[in-house]
Each structure stands twice: as C-alpha cells, then as structure tokens.
Design a binder for this molecule. Structure first.
Ligand code: SAH
Length: 502
C-alpha cells in the first residue's frame, strides 16, 4: 500500500502565509517531516496524533536519511507531508526529494509556498520592481561553492545585470561576494539591505551600501536565515516599512492562555507587530465522569436554560454534542445564558443568540440577573462548567428555587508539550512581557516555569496582569505586575501594552 507524499511549501516564516492547500493537507497528515525554516506553529494544524519529525537545527539529519524516511512512511501507507521553508523548489532540495520519489514510483504532489524571495522584501518595505527604478530582478545564492563547476556563480556576469538582486543564504560569505561584485564593476554605493528572519516578529534589518554592509551586518550579529536585497529600491524602505512600524513590533510577548483560547488574543498581539510566544500552561480535556454528560444530552429538551460560564465550556459542549447528534435542533428550545463577554462571543460564533449575559461574575450576582429576567422557581437549569468549579453559582440559583444540574463538561490539566517551540525560545531568549489573563494562568505558569526564577534569569521580563484578581495571584509569588489592565479583558490588556510601548 502506497500513499501520496506532499512536498509542501510552509511559507517564509509568518505562519499565516501558508497556502490553503498546505493547510488542508496538514490537517490530514499522518506524518509531518519539517525543516528548521518551517514555522513550527504550523504543526498545530496537523492532528495531535500525527508523527512529527524535525530535521533539526542546522539540518542535523542528513538528506539521505530524510529521503529514506519519507519513502519508508509512504510505503507503510501513511499520508506524508514534507514541510519545507518558503517554496519547496527554491534552494530547498525539493527537486532532489521529488526525484527520489519518482524513482521509487511513489505518487507525490508539490504545493508551492510563498518564497522568502518575494515575501521578505514585502515585509521589509522594499518593492522588488518599481517603474522608476528597475524592471527586473535576479536571484542567486551567496553560498554557492565556487569549486563546483556546474553551479558556480559568475560574479563577473552578475555584477553587470541591471535591476534588483536578491541573495539567499548570503550571510556567511557576505564579505566575500560583496567584494567580488565590487571588484567586477558594481557600484560600491549600491544600496543594500540584509533582513534576518523576515516576516516574523523577530525580523531584523540592516541597511548600508555594498561597500559597508559586511561590517555593518557583522556588528549587528546578523545570522542565518537572512536575505539580502541590492538595488535602488532599497531606498524605498524609508517610506514603505509598514511591518516594523506597527506599534508592538520588537516586543516579545508571552501568552499563557490555553492553546484553544490563545488564538484570538495572541493573534491580535501579532497583528500589532509583537513577537508572540504562545506558552499555554493548561489544556482542556473531557472529564473522567462521562455519565452525567450523557444523561444531560439525553434530557437536553427538558431544560429551560443552558448556562455557560466559559468559552471552553462552549467549545467542549458542542464538541461532545456534535459527536452524538447530527442536527443542531437536538439542542432543544432552552434559553442560553453566557457569563462573560468571551463566553457570549463564542456562542455567537456558532450563530446562537444569547438570552442573558450577567454583567457581574459572582454566583450571587449571576443568580440575581436570572431573577430579574424571570421568576426562576422550579425553572430547570443546566450549568456546563469545569470539573472543579466553585459551588457559589449552583447554590445561589438553588436558593432562588431553580432546579440545577451542574455538569462537568471539561477539565483542565497541565500542558506539558511544546509543539510550537515557544517554551524553548522563552527559556533560551527570555521576553519583554509575560501576560496573565487569570489567576489560574499565573499558578499554572509558575508551576511549569517558576516565575521568580525566570525573572531572575531574565531581569528585563515584565509582568502584565488583566486585573486585580490576577495581580493578587502574582503578589502571592512576591512579584508585582508592571502593568494592570484598566478594563479587565484581553482588549484592555492589549490597550495597556500599547500604552506601555509608546
Ligand atoms: N525554499 C526557501 C529557501 C530555502 S534556502 C524559500 O523559498 O524561501 C534558505 C535561505 O532562504 C536562507 O538562508 C535565507 O537566505 C532565505 N530565507 C528563508 N526564509 C527567510 C526569512 N524568513 N528571512 C530571511 N531570509 C529567509
């Protein structure tokens, strides 16, 4: 049994530049074999049960071994996604891997990726072509081995080609090839930019001239991966540098919410330019006790109210619901209450209208909000909450005469994996901010990383808290948040971070 191997371009760094086809294939991969250049965040698209094989930093796994592994897994009937940085057919040995598959008669498909060649100049604010400056661009590698005849570069010819030039893998021999171009007649004044980790929150650019760039890049410690752009168009960067001008650019911010929830908060930070490290400390799973959930699903029609107290509760409930029912109408005619704006938003995403959104979050206040809505004597309510949840709410509702089923629809457990590689980065490089959105994220983060110790190691690391409850948990560790959001929502937290960045 043979299956198809997909050579997929992962895009240049920004995970969102993956193609739709690439995403579709990752979602059904059995095996994902990826290079260091492919953004590891993309691995989260694949089923958690998939096998993940990293080629390692500096491509520590030899090419022959990678090819053999791809072939072996394909022969075993697995759907293999071979994820390569940028485009698979641009300096990525995608050609060689495809040849090996063809020789073995293993079916393969190649999914183009957004190459760093065009994406990195885009994010650096440098148009590759421009009617006033040039009408062509040339791409070459600065790493080519001059002793290999077939692929050796002719700097004498390159120096004479008009238009913009893009150099890949050019940092290690920058001095050598830049001098070579000058020696061959190219102007020493040619504007040039070297861009490290373009399209990511870690983008760093150095600009100069062909004569000065090697020394400047060395001074700024520019390491691979970096791409170099030569030509007059580099001057446009002064006007067009949209990416690095975003308000949180250059700030590394740790997001400690659960993976399933982090999406939007982390995404908004990234859109503002932050280098976001998603380091979830807990994840949600189904509770051990499933009988109560089954009973509740069988009786859904008998409830007057379904009450959700968290976005997780909503997600988990509908996961379980749709595993059992095919038709949304099986939800019955109960009214829906949502505690907190995020919970209500999650329900609206599912096109469900929320009948009641209590303004305050204590059990008593919520019960009062219900009472204001209707007399809840003998009204049947189903609370869909976490396994270990405070008794205040069900007690307060029962006190007012409601018949309450308190169903544990999910439980939280510590997160121990590091799929996106963010933990590793945090422990190696530190960050500017660590954000906490609840007291439980503080406690779980501390359990995983020892917060005071982390701050000792990275003294520049500051704490951002969503509100007083969270700050209390931080104070319990004898630490103080550098900022606390005025409005106790993730939007409020973002506003505070923006203010601090000014
Ligand atoms: N197939 C890839 C290129 C692989 S060769 C593509 O299409 O983009 C690796 C080289 O690509 C690096 O040495 C660097 O020159 C360039 N590169 C890839 N991603 C980059 C990024 N995010 N920023 C800067 N250069 C990048």
């Amino acid at each position: 049994m043979k299956s198809t191997v997909y050579l997929v371009g992962a895009g240049p760094g920004d995970a969102r530049l993956l193609t739709l086809r690439g995403a579709e294939l990752l979602r059904r991969a059995d095996v994902v074999i990826y290079d260091a250049l492919a953004n590891p965040e993309l691995l989260r698209l694949a089923p958690p049960t998939a096998e993940f094989v990293s080629r390692g930093k500096n491509m520590s796994m030899p090419q022959a071994e990678i090819t053999a592994l791809i072939i072996q897994r394909a022969r075993a009937g697995k759907t293999v996604v071979r994820l390569k940085g940028g485009d698979p057919f641009v300096f990525g040995r995608g050609g060689e891997e495809a040849e090996a598959l063809a020789a073995e008669k293993i079916p393969f498909e190649i999914v183009p990726g957004v190459s760093s060649i065009t994406a990195v100049p885009n994010y650096a604010g440098i148009p590759l072509t421009h009617r006033e400056h040039c009408s062509s661009f040339t791409v070459f590698t600065g790493h080519s081995d001059s002793t290999e005849q077939a692929t050796a570069l002719r700097y004498d010819q390159i120096a004479k080609i008009p238009g913009t030039k893009v150099v890949l893998m050019g940092t290690e021999r920058l001095e050598e090839w830049s001098q070579s171009l000058i020696a061959n007649g190219m102007s020493a004044q040619t504007p040039i930019a070297v861009i490290h980790r373009g399209t990511t929150g870690r983008q760093k650019a150095v600009t100069g001239t062909l004569a000065t760039i090697a020394a400047l890049a060395a001074k700024e410690k520019i390491a691979p991966p970096a791409l170099t752009i030569l030509g007059d168009v580099v001057k446009l960067r002064g006007k067009l540098n949209w990416f690095e001008n975003r308000p949180l650019f250059g700030r590394r911010i740790v997001v400690t919410r659960r993976t399933e929830q982090a999406g939007s908060f982390a995404h908004r930070l990234a859109e503002l330019g932050a280098d976001v490290l998603e380091v979830p400390t807990i994840k949600i799973t189904t509770p051990l006790e499933k009988d109560a959930i089954v009973d509740c699903l069988l009786e859904l029609n008998s409830y007057d109210w379904l009450v959700f107290t968290s976005a997780n509760g909503v997600t988990m409930f509908f996961d379980i619901f749709f595993r059992r029912f095919q038709d949304l109408r099986d939800l019955g005619g109960a009214r829906i209450a949502a505690v907190g704006p995020a919970t209500a938003a999650k329900l609206r995403e599912l096109h469900l209208q929320v009948d009641l959104t209590p303004e305050e979050f204590t059990g008593r206040k919520i019960a009062e909000a219900f009472k204001k809505y209707q007399d809840i004597e003998n009204v049947k309510m189903c609370l869909l909450r976490a396994e270990v949840a405070n008794r205040d709410l069900p007690d307060a509702l029962a006190e007012l005469g409601a018949i309450v089923d308190d169903i544990a629809i999910y439980k939280t457990v510590p997160e121990t994996e590091d799929h996106g590689g963010a933990c590793e980065r945090l422990l190696e490089e530190g960050a500017d901010w660590v954000t906490f959105t609840s007291s439980s994220t503080v406690e779980h983060f501390h359990a995983r990383f020892d917060l005071p110790k982390l701050i000792k190691k990275f003294p520049a690391l500051k704490i951002a808290s969503i509100g007083p409850e969270t700050s209390k948990a931080i104070a319990a560790l004898k630490l103080k948040p550098a900022l606390e959001a005025k409005e106790h929502t993730t939007d409020g937290l973002i506003a505070a971070l923006l203010k601090a960045a000014k």
